[in-house]
Design a protein around this ligand. Structure first.
Ligand SMILES: Cc1ncc(COP(=O)(O)O)c(C=O)c1O
Length: 408
């Protein structure tokens, strides 16, 4: 993978600073910023009018949404719901979908998720919905499907879980889980925020009902997207004004104007991945869009495995360090979001020392509070988290290891 090509697309990487808090927020593509300003400076009008600029703006947004739906391999653009954040979209979903649920219906959440995909469901207790928690194995911190099977029953309406944990980095086998969930007659809602920056999201392959992720961690702006299976979205009540009807998908879930300039800027991300493909595979001219995305993320995942391996090896070999998550860099098993604790030092003590070296990492619970509590890591002030993406280099990782060796 041509790392120089990649890094040249991100102006923030020109400064002398190592960004390793990418699971908190990735750096933004130049193409994204250009599209935001381009839209604001030339097409910032209200949509739906008959005059020329309004029609042009409408066409731009229709095209952007269509490309986003292709990017995640949705069946149709209406399956793409835009919102300000993943947290907000999940709130909208729980509010809308539960309108048709009955008292005594059940929902399952996990103890590894970021709270964004937990509270919207646990708060339904107030409506008489029973909430069950699919807990990780306390030793391995793995979610086991056999435990999920024990929780599912005829009253289960939905299972909410994460594709990759924003602390453990572990990738959950969503397709397999979706099969189990659907067999019991329930729906599955996946938080893909910690997964989408690293791997291909193909909602049809995953066979999920709802899938949410945030663009500010996927090289774009502060905006999020929710995929919803069309007939599920259609069936649901919306949250918009009374004159929006059932068939107004996705508008019934997008009260007020969604952010036009940020939505338009998403094209910059997709264009980046396409150009990246062209750069890496110049001879492959007849490849369709879906295959291009599969291939480019395959390349990204190999690079991520390569750069995270030395760090994981160092952490495994250190007698006072414990990785919180899987002890492997295998790209099938994890994304390069790597968390650890030290036997005697608190997590903040390590991070604060590293701050002096112009490397951005961080400590804490990252809003996956239940996981940190259940793993007994609260008194450590959570974990130290190093979160890499494909623009990080082997040299940056070596520098971090060198500093860790000095301070621990
Ligand atoms: C795994 C995960 N899910 C959800 C969220 C929330 O995303 P947003 O800020 O878009 O609501 C985060 C943010 O850190 C996250 O890491």
């Amino acid at each position: 993978m041509d790392i120089e090509f990649v890094r040249n697309q991100f102006p923030a990487l020109e400064r002398e600073f190592v960004f390793m808090d990418n699971a908190g927020g990735s750096q933004t593509l130049k193409k994204v910023a250009e599209r935001i300003s381009g839209y604001l400076l030339h097409h910032n009008v209200q949509l739906g009018a008959s005059y020329q600029v309004s029609r042009e703006a409408g066409e731009k947004l229709t095209y952007a949404t269509k490309q986003v739906s292709n990017f995640i391999n949705a069946s149709r653009p209406e399956e793409v719901v835009i919102g300000p954040s993943s947290s907000m979209l999940l709130r909208v979903l729980s509010w809308c979908i539960s309108k048709q649920w009955q008292e005594g219906d059940e929902v399952i959440v996990t103890n590894t998720d970021h709270e964004a995909n937990v509270s919207p469901w646990t708060d339904l207790k107030d409506k008489g919905i029973n909430v069950k928690v699919w807990k990780t194995n306390p030793e391995s911190l793995e979610l086991e499907i056999s435990d999920l099977k024990k929780l599912l029953n005829k009253r289960t309406r939905l299972v909410a879980l994460t594709h990759a944990s924003n602390i453990l980095g572990s990738i959950n086998p969503i397709r397999e889980i979706a099969k189990t969930v659907h067999k019991s007659g329930a729906l599955i809602c996946v938080d893909g925020v910690a997964y989408a920056p690293h791997r291909r999201v193909d909602v049809r392959k995953l066979d999920v009902d709802f899938y949410v992720f945030s663009w500010y961690k996927t090289y774009g702006p502060h905006l999020a997207v929710m995929y919803g299976r069309y007939h599920q979205l259609y069936k649901m009540d919306g949250i918009n004004h009374y004159f929006f009807t059932k068939k107004d998908v996705p508008y019934k879930f997008q009260p007020g104007n969604f952010n036009f300039e940020l939505t338009y800027s998403l094209l910059g991300i997709i264009e980046y991945f396409e150009e990246f493909f062209k750069h890496e595979f110049p001879k492959e001219k007849k490849v369709d869009f879906q295959e291009k995305m599969d291939k480019i993320f395959e390349l990204i995942s190999r690079h991520e495995e390569r750069i995270s391996k030395p760090l994981i090896t160092y952490l495994i070999e250190h007698p006072d360090i414990k990785i919180i998550g899987r002890n492997t860099a295998d790209r099938e098993k994890r994304v390069p979001t790597i968390s650890f604790v030290h036997r005697t030092l608190k997590s903040n003590e390590i991070v604060e020392k590293i701050d002096d070296y112009r490397i951005g990492i961080r400590f804490g619970d990252f809003y996956a509070k239940k996981l940190i509590e259940d793993a007994g890591l609260k008194e450590k002030n959570g974990v130290v988290r190093v979160s890499l993406v494909h623009y990080n280099t082997p040299d940056e990782v070596q520098r971090l290891i060198w500093i860790l060796k000095k301070i621990i």
